[in-house]
Design a binder for this molecule. Sequence first.
Ligand code: SER
Length: 321
Amino acid sequence: MKKILIIGAGGQIGSELAPYLRAIYGDNNVVAADISAEKCKNLAEAGPFEALDVLDKGRYIDIVRNYKIDTIFNLVALLSATGEKNPELAWNINIGALTNSLGIAKDNNCAVFTPSSIGAFGNDTPKDKTPQDTLQRSNTTIYGVCKVTGELLSDYYFNRFGLDTRSVRFPGLISYMTLPGGGTTDYAVEIYYEALRKGAFTCNVKAGTYMDMMYMPDALRAVVELMEADPKKLKHRNSFNIAAMSFDPEGIAAEIRKHIPAFRLDYQVDPVKQAIADSWPNSMDDSAAHDEWGWKAEYDLKKMTDDMLVKVKEKLAKGLA
Ligand code: SER
């Protein structure tokens, strides 16, 4: 990775991955691109930025050629709950972005990283310790349909053209920097803000709904470790299960109460999000990632909660949220 392009750089992952990669590979070697210049003001001040609608293939090609890009981070996607509001749009954007990224990468000899997700699994998938290689009939959300398609398409480009495509199945990502938008796992971010603001939170998925979650520092490190991994050691490519922690709303609330004993949790279940959450794994088995490229999470629920509450409190005190 010498010249990197991040598309969707203003999103939940990109807004943190861009500065993370710039710190490792140099500000000028990481080009941030997003349809919204507004969302990328900080990124544009610190290094190269291009306004890009990824569906505009001509402009996308120009950017890759002008900067002599060798690695593309394809981070453009609508999340699971947003996708259900407009499935055609979600398909067009999520798959349109990936199709352009893979095609352009093939013609310009670039590696491609694309995030997959716990959403790539469905109701028929084993729920506990979900295996790396298992049934993936993820047909209850357009987001899941796009993720499974994305995994297959990325493997196809590797098998057929030798394109260096790599990917992880992210759990719900939790961070104090950029808020997620329209995901089913978003409650696990919002709960920290509301605990500090109001001492109470109304959760839109039921008690007992277990999902894999991960703290953003682990997620960012996973991306770099996978992209830097020796390709000879990779038996899988698209995509690796990676895991860090699995909890339900009661579990995260109990951890928060260690800091805010009076914290109150109640429920107002959103049936769309509940059905999505129910179709996803309770916890994934990430031993293939461990064996093939040494993956190991550093943050568990306790360590993440300690850090989240400090960081979100600072943000609220500064009026930044
Ligand atoms: N965080 C995503 C969502 O909830 C899952 O990958 O949509």
